[in-house]
Ligand binder design. Structure first.
Ligand code: HEC
Length: 246
């Protein structure tokens, strides 16, 4: 009697394992899971992901040594120029409306004009990015000092109104760092008043990224219910395409 019972339990267990494996296989292969960015996670999933991210960032940021002069005005001003050039389309700026990117990303980028992020955590996130979100790893192209400067600026950002923000950007040297290059380069030759003046021409078709962010959003708008319109650059035949009339 006893051995008989034990045997049926083993079969039930095996059946369960088989069912679970089949379920997992079906979940992975049938496409039943919706990866769309416009369908939110279950609240429990969101809460879990949030905890994992916070704990992960905290554990790593703890080991960093924050520069003693972090909140020096020079750092904040320099960080402001880079923030305006690289971050506002997702994280916005004082006086700036949400953008198509900031509205469409999931998880949504936090509005950094509203919440301050501790400098060490901000540094870590800016340098390394966050997997499977829109947050890039800027450490690929930026030296640590420039990243600390942006972390410093982020401490000031929530206190700024649009005028204060523009004043800081005006004092900054615009976009300056080792981006793309391996060594930082000097923009000291441009007068401070020129603010975000270009140190290189913007490539054709690209909105001037040294302009102030409030302005950068003009020149391209979708009125509600807009009929088809031309945003894209003019049609260019791919190389090798036979010549044809339009
Ligand atoms: C393409 C969009 C995009 C750009 C550009 C971008 N970020 Fe992010 N960033 C995100 C998203 C999305 C998150 C949130 C990820 C998450 O919720 O896990 C994030 C998170 C962060 C956080 C963490 C906020 C917190 O509450 O812990 C900081 C700090 C940050 N970004 C700073 C920057 C800075 C500085 C720049 C410019 C150098 C920048 N980001 C550029 C999308 C972007």
């Amino acid at each position: 009697m006893r051995t008989h019972h034990r045997k049926s339990w083993i079969w039930i267990l095996l059946a369960l394992v088989l069912l679970l494996s089949l379920g997992a296989y079906a979940f992975v292969r049938t496409g039943i899971y919706n990866v769309a960015a416009d369908e939110p996670h279950y609240p429990a999933t969101t809460a879990l992901l949030e905890q994992v991210r916070q704990a992960s960032v905290r554990a790593r940021a703890r080991t960093l040594e924050v520069p003693k002069d972090l909140m020096s005005e020079a750092r904040i001003v320099q960080g402001a120029g880079n923030y305006a050039a690289m971050c506002t389309q997702c994280h916005l700026a004082p006086g700036m409306q949400p953008t198509e990117i900031s509205r469409g990303l999931y998880p949504a980028p936090p509005n950094l004009t509203k919440e301050a992020v501790d400098a060490d955590e901000a540094f870590w996130v800016i340098k390394h990015g966050i997997k499977a979100t829109g947050m890039p790893a800027w450490g690929e192209s930026m030296d640590d000092e420039y990243i600390w400067n942006m972390a410093a600026f982020l401490q000031r950002l929530p206190e700024l109104d649009a005028a204060g923000y523009q004043a800081l950007i005006g004092k900054s040297d615009g976009h300056s760092h080792g981006g793309g290059e391996t060594t930082p380069h000097d923009h000291g030759s441009s007068p401070p008043e020129s603010g975000a003046a270009s140190h290189h021409p913007d490539p054709p078709g690209m909105a001037p990224h040294h302009a102030t962010p409030a302005k950068a959003t003009t020149g391209h708008d979708h009125a509600p219910g807009t009929p088809p319109h031309v945003d894209a650059p003019a049609h260019v035949d791919p190389p090798g395409a036979p010549a044809h009339e339009h």
